[in-house]
Design a protein around this ligand. Structure first.
Ligand SMILES: C[S@@+](CC[C@H](N)C(=O)[O-])C[C@H]1O[C@@H](n2cnc3c(N)ncnc32)[C@H](O)[C@@H]1O
Length: 270
């Protein structure tokens, strides 16, 4: 699949349902937004400690890939000087605009592509992106764009997927090993079975190369709620084996294995 075709597939995937809509089915729009945010921060308490939304006060902040806008509202609450957000899909723009309006906030949220950001060089102090840049076909270009729109001294905080991970190994067990393809690579499994088509996971060394344009960085892997089989995780992969695994999963042990976590938490300074 060519890059433009793949990007169209990514857009199509996320425009059917934004990330987290599963926690908000069958309710009014406002209830759905509340329910999604409540489930998000209950299942993923590590988002707040990584994002440090309070740092937005008085700063110019850009979020790439706003999804349903829960984190975007937290940035708005910090009272930034300027708040902007982009997402590939009109669906995410509409959810986020509605969420902010409901709470009495505004932001420059618009449809836009991480690989070609609609902002001038050096426009922002903080660029934030959670679970997005690994979905874009040219992830290195998305990192170069984040670097371009930051001011000198500005910070990128981005989560992308890590490889290997417990989630990846579970998917490999099902779609590689159990399907009679033990030689199938983890990268192929991530691309075909994790989320949108072409989703990537990065090793620590590969992630360091993504942030080469930056002057300094801190990168670490961490366990996600997916690795722990919490919440509605695996709803695309329902099976009896998954239901049994969810019951007996050794969560205390897995919490002690950050090197096999799905999250790669990247902080980089321009
Ligand atoms: C897993 S969701 C994450 C959304 C949100 N950050 C969250 O944590 O809920 C991925 C989002 O990235 C967006 N996305 C994918 N590729 C993108 C790109 N090239 N530019 C901007 N947004 C993109 C999708 O439309 C989708 O809303």
């Amino acid at each position: 699949m060519g890059v433009p075709d793949l990007k169209a597939e990514v857009l199509k995937f996320w425009d059917v349902a934004s990330c987290g809509e599963v926690y908000a089915e069958g309710l009014s729009a406002e209830q759905r937004l509340r329910s999604q945010a409540e489930a998000r921060y209950r299942l993923e308490p590590y988002i707040r400690s990584f994002a440090r939304f309070q740092d937005g006060t008085g700063r110019d902040v850009l979020e790439i890939g706003v999804g349903m806008g829960a984190d975007h509202l937290e940035w708005a609450r910090s009272r930034p000087r300027r708040l902007a957000g982009v997402d590939l899909t009109p669906r995410a723009v509409s959810w986020t605009t509605r969420r902010l309006a409901t709470s009495g906030f505004a932001s420059e949220v618009r449809a836009g592509d991480a690989e070609n950001l609609p902002f001038a060089d050096g426009s922002f102090d903080i660029v934030y992106s959670w679970g997005v840049l690994h979905h874009s076909p040219d992830t290195p270009q998305a990192f170069r764009e984040a670097h371009r729109v930051l001011r000198p001294g500005g910070t990128l905080r981005a989560m992308i997927y890590h490889r290997p991970s417990i989630v990846g190994l579970m998917l490999w067990a099902r779609y590689g090993l159990a399907a009679g393809h033990p030689a199938r690579s983890l990268s192929d499994v991530y691309a075909c079975h994790l989320e949108s088509p072409g989703t990537k996971g990065y090793t620590l060394a590969e992630a360091r190369r993504l942030v080469e344009p930056f002057s300094a960085c801190g990168i670490r892997s961490a366990v996600s709620f997916g690795d722990l089989l919490l919440g509605e995780v695996g709803q695309r992969h329902t099976s009896r084996a998954l239901a049994i695994a969810k019951r007996f999963w050794p969560r205390p042990l897995i919490r002690r294995l950050p090197s096999l976590g799905l999250l790669l938490l990247i902080e980089a300074w321009k």
